[in-house]
Design a protein around this ligand. Sequence first.
Ligand SMILES: [Zn+2]
Length: 134
Amino acid sequence: MALTAAAASTSLSSLFLRRTAARFASALQSWPSRPLLSASIAIPAIAINIPGLVSDIWEGILKAVPKKKTSHRKKRQRQLAGKALKDVKAINECPGCGRPKKAHTLCPYCVAEIYESWKARDAEQREMASQSKS
Ligand SMILES: [Zn+2]
């Protein structure tokens, strides 16, 4: 079974080789008779007019197409190359607590402190209201 397949493939490939060799030989025989100028023009004509088995292979060579779809990750990596996050250089010292903070923004520590004080104040007011009711 394998032997016959191998024999068939070798006979096919030898047939293919013989046919292409014959074509190239005929092309080479006409080569020196033509002038040099027409030879440069004739090369694309040879590339276009390849019949038979070679044309199937030639089609794949001429039309280069990506084998697989570019994944979302690969595309984003390519498009975001050199656009990474930058270091923050505009840092000031908070006048309230002395900790470092971003320039032109509120200090998160001081803001948290203010919220805490407001929460405590609101809790006190609620307590006072509940005591006055009862
Ligand atoms: Zn602060």
